[in-house]
Design a protein around this ligand. Sequence first.
Ligand code: SAH
Length: 388
Amino acid sequence: MPDKVVRVVRRKSRGQHAWVFSNEVTKAEGSPGPGDTVQVYDRKRLLGSGIYNPHSLIRVRLYSEQNEELDAVLIQQRIEAALAYRKTMLPGEDDFRLMYGESDHVPGLVIDKYGSHFVVQTYALGLDTRHELVVAALREVFDVASIIEKNDFRLRDPEGLPRRAGVLFGTPEPRIVISESGAKFYVDPAGGQKTGYYFDHRLTRYRVKQLSAGRNVLDVFSYTGSFAINAALGGAESVLAVDASAAAVTIATDNSVLNGVAGRCQFATDNAFTALTDLDSQGRKFDLINLDPPAFIKAQKDKNAGMRGYRQINALAMRLLSPGGVLVSSSCSHYLFWQDMLDMLVAAAQDAGRTFTILDRTTQGPDHPVLLSMPESEYLRGFVLQVS
Ligand code: SAH
């Protein structure tokens, strides 16, 4: 059990939020060091146990409401609980985000599972120092072929953590085949973006598949073609996919072969803004457009500039829709809240001179659970609009 104690000001508005900010801390007893576990008290009340980082604005990340140690046993229990939850929510699936940080009660730990290959990301100091425990726990629960860390991302900077990537266990494969709702995809965890594959959009992809029959589809920001291939599997007449990354387009092309839909898919390496402008000037029209841009708003301060980017790309896409056409528009920016996104789409529709009905809303799949007490765990939002 943690023997050091952090005391915090009385919590009202933050409730059971998993983060304790530096300005909430009134006292640290027993001089906790970087990555140490601590008990957190709000006056006499135990809030729980957390990991301490004196260099971060997020001074403590709570991993438990009890007084208990973050050891191999606890990490294993958390992984087993997360696995059981995913087996219930995603029956028949073997590839998914296994651990989604705070939402799975191990703050700062993300693990994607590609069959027996695992990709770990840590963005809390206290998890970085516990890599060995994570590897040991994974090996207890699964028959592990490999574990790599993909810790070369921006979120590590505020924790004072260096960016790095490498093998933690076993022999990784450069190209793993995964499956999602029956579709197959090559994933290159080490060479690809983020952890290699974007599991978060599984529900949106299912929607696109359902809506694609007989349609001419455009998939913008297509990465390795997960939406494009789902559209083709759903019976699309033709699919054009655009992404700026040549490496991603190569894998996307191979993915279309893997799924037997290469004949109806075309992939282009291009900037989305210029590609959509060119398609418009050629008078091209599409019956369904999927728009999944990278996060244009990474921090609150980027909000206005990011909103303009979303508005511009959405207006460009809206102009390309045929009568009755469908736009599946997503945002992975946490700060683009539902109402902001709606406002942005209203403005974009006005720019494009088109009127829409909302068919549906989409969000992150069940392997990215949202913690009720932590709005930051929700970031993926989307609208399915139809030209009316
Ligand atoms: N839809 C994908 C994920 C998209 S992630 C999936 O479900 O797998 C965002 C993608 O946008 C990345 O593949 C990145 O290469 C691409 N990208 C970023 N900026 C771009 C731009 N200006 N034009 C085209 N593609 C871009």
